[in-house]
Design a protein around this ligand. Structure first.
Ligand code: NAD
Ligand code: MG
Length: 391
């Protein structure tokens, strides 16, 4: 961290979301340490303008171009430049900041993430769907530009903190923890009639709507298995999942000698975000400290593949490789959006993802445009499925 020298320059993609707001909170608490280049959002003009004013951003970029006039008005007299449109969001990702937070949700973040990686700076990666859909392309791009990828997702951040990157051959297994979500103890009959409000009410974490539903189906953990495979150099079978309802241990790394290292902390995304902001140093956060005596005991259980088939689907997509992870992620995005609109039931999410995954087998995409074409076609197939399930 540049405590004594010049401030670290930062850009936040998805600044109005849950991860974006947690990032802004840390930056606003340390104004001398950071200089904000660009903030982006999709449609939340008021949230974007307020954040840009608060941290003195140079630029505020709204994805929906029709909202540029209202953004301009909200920022008049502040000196913050107001821009808009998809191309402007992608351009902001290549703002030249030393550190870029990639926190757009879904495949919409793919081109911006790619552009940020091409810039060669440090990319704090929260946008797991980008890595799931185009893992090899993103990793190769980071290699050729020299960009540093720091995982923000709490599990991958935990693994990053425990994984001896100079001796990857000494690691035998990585265990990702999952809270089990709000339906961990529910029967299939109860899950069948679960509402969107019940699904987004996560027991431990406060997050955006899409990832909250993914946590309830365990698709989130499935996407995280694929994410981990791209971030850490181990075979697919070396990544395992255990349910840990307290969300105190964020993941574990096992070495060949039987030693297991884990990272623990309060379930507050500002901890992994702060790790990436300060890396390779550390910075203080206002987050709650762990009180192990108050927590008392930590529990672990096997994930139930009957009630949570999404995890198995992700395993299958990871094993098959090629276009399959992109298809799974795209179909899941469509199904989750339909569930949030109460058009389909909770259990239909995994059914739609599974049928789309099984019924579409294009060749492996070789470029971001090809990934986006697979994404588009998979979405169309998933949309057609919605009709079959819609109530
Ligand atoms: P969110 O829905 O709260 O915020 C999403 C952000 O992306 C918003 O700023 C929104 O304006 C922007 N956005 C949405 N669609 C866009 C589009 N088409 N173009 C441009 N911008 C767009 O989501 P979140 O919970 O903050 O999650 C963000 C990402 O981080 C997701 O990929 C999620 O899986 C990952 N993640 C989140 C958490 C968490 O605690 N929330 C934890 C781990 C990983
Ligand atoms: Mg996670």
């Amino acid at each position: 961290m540049n405590t004594a020298g010049s401030p670290k320059t930062v850009t936040i993609l998805g600044a109005t979301g849950s991860v974006g707001r947690s990032t802004l909170d840390l930056i606003a608490r340390n104004p001398a340490r950071f200089e904000v280049f660009a903030l982006t959002a999709h449609r939340d003009v008021a949230g974007l303008a307020e954040a840009a004013r608060r941290v003195g951003a140079r630029q505020a970029v709204i994805g929906d171009e029709s909202l540029v006039p209202s953004l301009r008005e909200a920022l008049s007299g502040t000196g913050v430049e107001a821009l808009g449109g998809e191309a402007a969001v992608i351009e902001a990702a290549g703002s030249g900041a030393q550190w870029t937070m990639a926190a757009i949700v879904g495949c919409a973040g793919l081109k911006p993430v790619m552009h940020a990686l091409e810039g060669g700076g440090t990319v704090a990666l929260a946008n797991k769907e980008a890595l799931v859909s185009a893992g090899h392309l993103l990793v190769n791009s980071a290699k050729s530009s020299g960009a540093t990828v720091l995982p923000v997702d709490s599990e991958h951040n935990a693994i990053f903190q425990c994984f001896d990157r100079s001796h990857p051959g000494s690691v035998s297994r990585v265990i990702l923890t999952a809270s089990g979500g709000p339906f961990r103890r529910c029967s299939l009959a109860e899950m069948r009639v679960a509402t969107a409000a019940q699904a987004v009410a996560h027991p431990n974490w406060s997050m955006g709507a899409k990832i909250s539903v993914d946590s309830a189906t365990l698709m989130n953990k499935g996407l995280e298995l694929i994410e981990a495979f791209h971030l850490f150099p181990l075979p697919a079978e070396a990544f395992q999942v255990v349910i840990h309802p307290q969300s105190v241990i964020h993941s574990l790394v096992e070495y060949v000698d039987g030693s297991v290292l884990a990272q623990l902390g309060a379930p507050d995304m500002r901890i992994p975000i702060a790790f990436t902001l300060a890396w390779p140093d550390r910075m203080e956060t206002p987050c709650e400290r762990l009180d192990l005596v108050r927590i008392g005991s930590l529990e672990f259980e096997e994930p139930d593949s009957q009630r949570f088939p999404a995890l198995g689907l992700a395993r299958e997509a990871l094993r098959s490789g090629g276009a399959k992870p992109a298809i799974l992620s795209a179909a899941n995005e469509i199904a989750v959006a339909s569930f949030l609109e109460s058009r389909i039931g909770f259990l239909d999410i995994a059914s739609i993802a599974g049928e789309t995954l099984a019924g579409f087998d294009p060749p492996e995409p070789r470029s971001i445009d090809e990934v986006l074409e697979v994404d588009r076609q998979a979405r169309a197939i998933a949309v057609a499925q919605i009709g079959k399930f819609a109530s």
